[in-house]
Every structure is written in structure tokens, then in C-alpha cells.
Design a protein around this ligand. Structure first.
Ligand SMILES: Cc1cc2nc3c(=O)[nH]c(=O)nc-3n(C[C@H](O)[C@H](O)[C@H](O)COP(=O)(O)OP(=O)(O)OC[C@H]3O[C@@H](n4cnc5c(N)ncnc54)[C@H](O)[C@@H]3O)c2cc1C
Ligand SMILES: NC(=O)c1ccc[n+]([C@@H]2O[C@H](COP(=O)([O-])OP(=O)(O)OC[C@H]3O[C@@H](n4cnc5c(N)ncnc54)[C@H](O)[C@@H]3O)[C@@H](O)[C@H]2O)c1
Length: 456
């Protein structure tokens, strides 16, 4: 072993970094972080957490709609500046709390931009540090199209920090970020336009559930344009004009760039360490090792097929720590629950609906209209539904849920997939009643593989 300052240096302090660092510290390793921004990364400071705080009231108001003609009378006013105070009160202390947690655990956080000098040396600001192993956990940034007027476009980070809401927002892209913010901000009274380059939104999810979300947003006044390539943004007095190649011109007060996030690889001087990467991120093998054996990559910065999420970043971070400690097994991802926080939610895990429909020889696709059948359990959410995907032995291998509580239910569904639960195992489980999980699983169980009463 060489004479290094640290056993392991993490570049970044997000979920892709700190979870594994705690495991390494427990094993007696000397660990440090390089960080150029707030401790804790995107999710903690600029992403999921802030979004979830603001989504709370939006979800509540949206759910009230279901009881409007049944006796509920409401006159609700949403005060964005007040909710922003609430957001700041909860989010702003987190970076210091994370710093305290990490330094309290004995880690050093070296502040500044990190870049490689060689495979064991990283320059952070004006300080050079050496480490036996290095974990690149630098995440992604919100990409802005390289078009005239790109300086007038904003990112998710800025929208989550708006003091006052603009009257009209134009979302460029109809992916996860746009669809979530359009759902949320519509509840706060914002008028919205969504402009998408391809012919559909949320491409990785089922067309049916995505179309239902679009229909709801249209009912709320959101305008959608598909097959439109945004080619410029112009300032026009107090307003902005968003222009597309076909000649569409949308006048708006605020433009959100949400055409994808890109890996933070620039400026790291990866070539000096022999670390290979593509436009999609850093290339890794089955052990999350880069092309240089002592350097790993973790989280959003990795070129990977599975969703770039906080729980997958955490999973990789924990795995890498064990790999550094000698785990000889390759990383093996379970079915990953993922959620689009629209209103209602779309949540999925395992084999996707699009893939299943394209491979009827391998999969059976079935619908469970749980909202219609069990209104008492589903809070009168009559359109709540699950699409489940079974393999040829009738094991559950994937599911997509559409409903307000889909983000919770998908966790149970993922356990059924990962546990390869049979009908008998489901019958051997008692769920609380009445509850949504109980209703869904009761309808799912008869479809599942049975060791005693084969169902096909
Ligand atoms: C608006 C929004 C909402 C989201 N909502 C969800 C959600 O609901 N659920 C979910 O699972 N995921 C969500 N995500 C995704 C989630 O935030 C990411 O998957 C997760 O944060 C990835 O963690 P990470 O550690 O890989 O990267 P990050 O958290 O981005 O951490 C990377 C860190 O590296 C630092 N860094 C980068 N380059 C350098 C350098 N050269 N030198 C020093 N430091 C550097 C950065 O400053 C940053 O702190 C959301 C993302 C956004 C933007
Ligand atoms: N709930 C969650 O888990 C969550 C929430 C927010 C963000 N995230 C993270 O952020 C990422 C999503 O970011 P996103 O929504 O920016 O990307 P995305 O890839 O989900 O969507 C980008 C959309 O922009 C469209 N597009 C591309 N070029 C365009 C152009 N020139 N004009 C118009 N449209 C164009 C694409 O066709 C696509 O539909 C996720 O992959 C995830 O990593 C996750």
C-alpha cells in the first residue's frame, strides 16, 4: 500500500458519496470529501427534498377535487411566498447539518473544485491530496439547449428558489422535471405551456397513464405542443418569446429548461487519471470501477441504464464501500421503484410496460383497476390503477401504478417482485385493512404463480 493522505477520497458529498463513506469509517478507513458547493448535493439542497416540501400542499389541494361534488366545500388560497419561507426554514439548515454529521464522523471536507493530477492525486482548489482509492460522485447538472437566448432560460434549481411565481411559465421538454413542476405549479395558479421535441411526454412510462396526466393538466389550462424543436428565446419588454423551428412562438414570463440532465465530468481532467467517459457519463464495469482500477464512479455521474435517482445513488455508494473492503461480487440491482411526482403520481418498478407490450412472448400484461373497485380504500380516487407484468411462470416482474399513493404502494410492489412472492406467500401475509396495499395485493395475489394450484 502506498503512502497516501487518505484511504478513500470522494469527489462530491451527495448520496452517491456519504452513505458508503460511513461504512468505510466503520471499517477504520481514513476518508475525505472534495466539495465545491453545499454539503449534501442536489437531492438535499436543490432537488427532491425542496420539491417534496412544496408538493405537499399541492397534492392536498389536488386530492380535495375528488370530494367536491360529494359534499366538500372549500375556498383555498395558496400562498407561494409563505410556502417558500417554509421551504427555506426546512432546507437551508440541511447543508450545515450534513457538514456537522460528516465532520462529526471524523471526515475532512476539502472545499473547492476537484480535478485529477494523476490516478492517485486530486487537486482541490489550491490543495493537492492523495488517496489509494477515489470515488467520483459528482452528479449531473441541468442542461440548457445551446440556442440563442439560452441565458433567459432557468433550471430546476432556480425554480425551486423563486420568491414570487410568474403568471405564465413555459417548460421546454416534457420529461420528469417539467411534468412534475407543471403539476405542482398549476395548483399554485400558474398558467403553463409545455413544448416537447418528440411526440410524447415521459417516454419511459406507459403512454396510457402519461396521457391521463396530460388530460388532467389540459383541464387545468396547461397547453401542450409536441414535435416542436425550441430554437431560441427572445426578450420582449418584460416578457420572453419562446420560438420553435416550425414557427411556433409562445409569449411567457419565465422559461424552464428541462431537456435532460448531464454528467458533471467537465473540468475533472479525467484524462490525467485515464478515466474513460462518454456524453452519458463515466464508464464503469460490474464493480463500479472506472477504466482505472483504483477509481470508482457512483450515482448520477455514471453512464448507466438504471434510473438516476437518490436511492440508486445510495445503493451504489454502499456497494462501492463493500467493493473497496473486498466484496468479490458484482453489483446486482434489485427492481428499482421510481416515481414521477405528478398529480396523481406515476410509479414503476421492474420490467416496464413499454418493454412488456413489445415482448408478448415473454410477458403477460394485466390491469388492476383498484380505484374503481375499492373506492372506500382509495379515497374516491376512481381512476387509480395498476398495470402489472408477469413472466411466463406468473411471477410478478414489473408494475406501473397510477394514483395518489402510488409512491408508497410501489415499495410493496417492488418487494413482491424482488422476493419472487407466490400466491401462497401473499396469502401468508396479513396487511392492515382497509388500506390501499391490502386492496391491491388482494387483487394481485390470484394472478401470481402458485406452487399448489397452477393458474395456467
Ligand atoms: C429537481 C429535481 C428533483 C428530483 N427529484 C427526485 C426524486 O423525487 N426522487 C429521486 O430519487 N431523485 C430525484 N432527483 C434526482 C436526485 O437528486 C439525484 O439522483 C441524486 O441527487 C444523485 O446524487 P449524486 O450524489 O449522484 O449527485 P449530487 O447530489 O448531484 O452530488 C454531486 C456533488 O458533487 C459536487 N461536485 C461536482 N463536481 C465537482 C467537482 N469538480 N469538485 C468538487 N465537487 C464537485 C456537486 O457540488 C454536488 O454536491 C431529482 C433531481 C432534481 C434536479
Ligand atoms: N421523481 C424523480 O425521480 C425525479 C424528479 C426530477 C428529476 N429527476 C432526475 O432528473 C432527470 C430528469 O430531467 P429532465 O426532466 O430534464 O429530463 P428527461 O430526460 O426526463 O426529459 C427531457 C425531455 O426533454 C425533451 N427534449 C430534448 N430536447 C428537446 C428540445 N430541443 N426541445 C424540446 N424538448 C426537448 C426530451 O425529449 C424529453 O422528453 C431524471 O432522469 C432524474 O435523473 C428525477
Amino acid at each position: 500500500m502506498g503512502n497516501f493522505d487518505y484511504d478513500v477520497l470522494y469527489i462530491g458529498t451527495g448520496h452517491a458519496a456519504w452513505h458508503g463513506a460511513l461504512i468505510l469509517a466503520g471499517a477504520g478507513k481514513r476518508v475525505a470529501f472534495a466539495e465545491r458547493d453545499l454539503t449534501g448535493g442536489t437531492c438535499t439542497n436543490y432537488g427532491c427534498d425542496a420539491k417534496a416540501l412544496l408538493d405537499g400542499p399541492a397534492e392536498l389541494v389536488s386530492a380535495l377535487d375528488r370530494y367536491k361534488n360529494l359534499g366538500l366545500e372549500t375556498d383555498i388560497k395558496m400562498n407561494w411566498p409563505k410556502f417558500m419561507e417554509y421551504k427555506h426554514a426546512n432546507i437551508d439548515p440541511l447543508a450545515n447539518a450534513m457538514t456537522g454529521m460528516l465532520t462529526g464522523a471524523g471526515f475532512e471536507i476539502i472545499r473547492g473544485d476537484a480535478k485529477f493530477v494523476d490516478a492517485h492525486t486530486v487537486q482541490v482548489g489550491d490543495k493537492c491530496v492523495t488517496a489509494e482509492n477515489i470515488v467520483i460522485a459528482t452528479g449531473q447538472y441541468d442542461y440548457k439547449l445551446d440556442i440563442p437566448g439560452k441565458e433567459f432560460m432557468h433550471t430546476s434549481r432556480e425554480i425551486l428558489d423563486l420568491k414570487d411565481l410568474p403568471e405564465h411559465i413555459t417548460f421546454v421538454g416534457a420529461g420528469i422535471i417539467s411534468m412534475e413542476f407543471a403539476s405542482l405549479l398549476t395548483q399554485f395558479g400558474v398558467k403553463a405551456t409545455v413544448i416537447e421535441f418528440t411526440d410524447r411526454a415521459l417516454r419511459q412510462y406507459s403512454e396510457e397513464y402519461t396521457n391521463r396526466i396530460i388530460a388532467k393538466l389540459k383541464d387545468a389550462g396547461v397547453e401542450f405542443y409536441f414535435n416542436e424543436a425550441v430554437c431560441g428565446v427572445e426578450k420582449s419588454g418584460e416578457k420572453y418569446l419562446v420560438k420553435t423551428q416550425s414557427g411556433l412562438c409562445v409569449e411567457t414570463d419565465y422559461v424552464l429548461a428541462a431537456t435532460g440532465r448531464r454528467a458533471n465530468t467537465e473540468g475533472l481532467d479525467l484524462e490525467k487519471a485515464g478515466v474513460e467517459y462518454t456524453n452519458s457519463g463515466i464508464t464503469v464495469d460490474g464493480f463500479m470501477r472506472t477504466s482505472t482500477a483504483n477509481i470508482y464512479a457512483s450515482g448520477d455521474v455514471v453512464d448507466k441504464k438504471i434510473p438516476r435517482l437518490t436511492p440508486t445513488a445510495t445503493f451504489e455508494s454502499n456497494y462501492i464501500a463493500t467493493a473497496i473492503l473486498g466484496n468479490p461480487q458484482e453489483i446486482a440491482y434489485p427492481a428499482v421503484p421510481n416515481v414521477v411526482f405528478t398529480l396523481p403520481r406515476i410509479a414503476a418498478a421492474g420490467v416496464g410496460v413499454n418493454e412488456a407490450l413489445a415482448n408478448p412472448d415473454k410477458y403477460t400484461v394485466q390491469k388492476i383497476s383498484y380505484g374503481q373497485m375499492l373506492a372506500f380504500e382509495y379515497r374516491n380516487e376512481t381512476d387509480a390503477e395498476a398495470t402489472v407484468i408477469l413472466d411466463k411462470d406468473n411471477y410478478l416482474v414489473g408494475a406501473e401504478l397510477y394514483g395518489d399513493l402510488a409512491a408508497e404502494m410501489i415499495n410493496v410492489v417492488a418487494m413482491i417482485i424482488n422476493g419472487r412472492m407466490t400466491r401462497e406467500m401473499m396469502m401468508g401475509t396479513i396487511w392492515a385493512f382497509p388500506s390501499q396495499v391490502d386492496g391491491l395485493t388482494e387483487m394481485l395475489a390470484p394472478m401470481l404463480h402458485s406452487d399448489f394450484a397452477p393458474n395456467n
